[in-house]
Design a protein around this ligand. Structure first.
Ligand SMILES: *Cc1c(COP(=O)(O)O)cnc(C)c1O
Length: 388
């Protein structure tokens, strides 16, 4: 099909030309004396995106899923109790991964459409007088439902209970796009991946650890090899890696960091908020609901609930086959009930208006009772009135 495939899945996201060009490099010697000039500044600049000065950042040749495993197998002991709230597919997968790794997983179900229940968390932590819970696994931005949780609130609950559990945060679809502050929020492990806010191909787990988490490694009996943070830290200290890095990905990450830091993290967050708000206005104008309940909206992805007599999969397939636009599907519990518009990474008003128009066409084709142009009009009004 002529023209572009318009990518509005919440990962992988669109990769800007600057990043694609930066990655187009011949292979080079990763043991050369100049390699540290590439890696060391990347690890330093990542701290500006994770908002940490006290902590340390790491890059593993893996994906976000591996980030969970790095945090858990380095900082915890075999069989430790971990606490997780399940309010979407990624929290579900994290709980499953923890179970497979042999942790004692305490799962609390939360209605999909909401996020971390802070009152419940605080009560549960206060009840845990013997401090059996060793880590809280918190999904900052639940990509399957378009829900953002209050991580500073999670820290407050831990502090209110004077509970020493480590705080692990899945920020795969928030870090680098939604406000995230590792130090200020007392996050012990921050987990990101390359293919969302960092606008790169998948292939890197990008992680931040607090000093408390790094110190916990010394008390951990968990077997690990490839994902050893100690081995990674020891090589990183001199600007190298324990095994062969993907140098094109590192050049891409170098450029992604330049783009993010040049724009400024506060501006990056504000841009995503504005983009997300335009989509929410369009959804309201269509007379539809988001999966996220009031107050839980995500600025990187919107999950839109279709009327009970419709199947969201039809909207997605029409959008793809007739209009060459890729939308996110509803996952597991919400399969067929929602479709998702990703608005994360290399995105602006006009690109996103393409998604809103494409979605509108696909919904009309599937007999949705919506007024042609209504969502586009609402988004246009919002974007025009807030454009700088
Ligand atoms: C995408 C995503 C993951 C999984 O990342 P992979 O890179 O696919 O392993 C985990 N958590 C969240 C919140 C995500 O959005």
């Amino acid at each position: 099909m002529a023209g572009r495939n318009h990518l509005f899945v919440p990962g992988p996201t669109n990769t800007p030309h600057e990043i694609l060009s930066a990655m187009h490099v011949p292979m080079e010697d990763h043991r050369s004396p100049i390699f540290p000039k590439l890696l060391s500044p990347i690890l330093e600049d990542l701290k500006k995106v994770f908002r940490t000065e006290a902590g340390q950042c790491f890059v593993f040749p893996a994906t976000g899923t591996a980030g969970w495993e790095v945090a858990m197998t380095n900082c915890l002991n075999q069989g430790d109790k971990v606490l997780i709230y399940r309010f979407g597919q990624f929290g579900h997968l994290w709980a499953e991964a923890s179970r497979k790794l042999g942790f004692d997983v305490e799962i609390h179900q939360v209605e999909w459409g909401k996020g971390m229940p802070l009152d419940h968390l605080e009560a549960r932590l206060k009840e845990d007088k013997n401090h059996e819970i060793k880590a809280i696994l918190a999904t900052h931005n639940e990509t399957s439902t378009g829900v953002t949780s209050d991580i500073p609130g999670v820290r407050k609950a831990l502090d209110a209970a004077s509970h020493p559990a480590l705080l692990f945060v899945d920020g795969v679809s928030s870090i680098g796009s939604i406000d995230f502050r590792q130090d200020e929020w007392g996050v012990d492990a921050s987990i990101a991946g390359s293919q969302k806010g960092f606008m790169l191909p998948a292939g890197l787990a990008i992680l931040g650890f607090s000093q408390k988490a790094l110190a916990a490694i010394d008390n951990s009996n968990f077997p690990r090899s490839f994902f050893s943070l100690k081995d990674m830290a020891a090589s990183n200290k001199d600007g190298y890696t324990p095994y062969t890095p993907s140098t094109p990905m590192l050049y891409g990450l170098r450029k992604a960091l330049e783009l993010l830091l040049e724009e400024g993290m506060e501006n990056v967050y504000a841009r995503h908020h504005r983009l997300g708000e335009g989509v929410r206005r369009a959804v309201a104008a269509w007379g539809l609901q988001t999966c996220a309940q009031a107050g839980w909206d995500s600025d990187t992805v919107t999950a839109i609930v279709v009327p009970a007599d419709k199947d969201a999969r039809h909207v997605i397939s029409t959008a793809y086959s007739k209009y060459n636009i890729s939308l996110g599907a509803g996952l597991s519990e919400v399969a067929g009930k929602v479709f998702r518009i990703g608005h994360v990474g290399d995105m602006n008003d006009v690109s996103l208006l393409g998604a809103i128009a494409g979605v509108e066409m696909a919904m009309l084709d599937n007999g949705f009772d919506i007024k042609p142009g209504s969502g586009v009009a609402a988004a246009i009004e919002y974007y025009r009135s807030t454009a700088k």
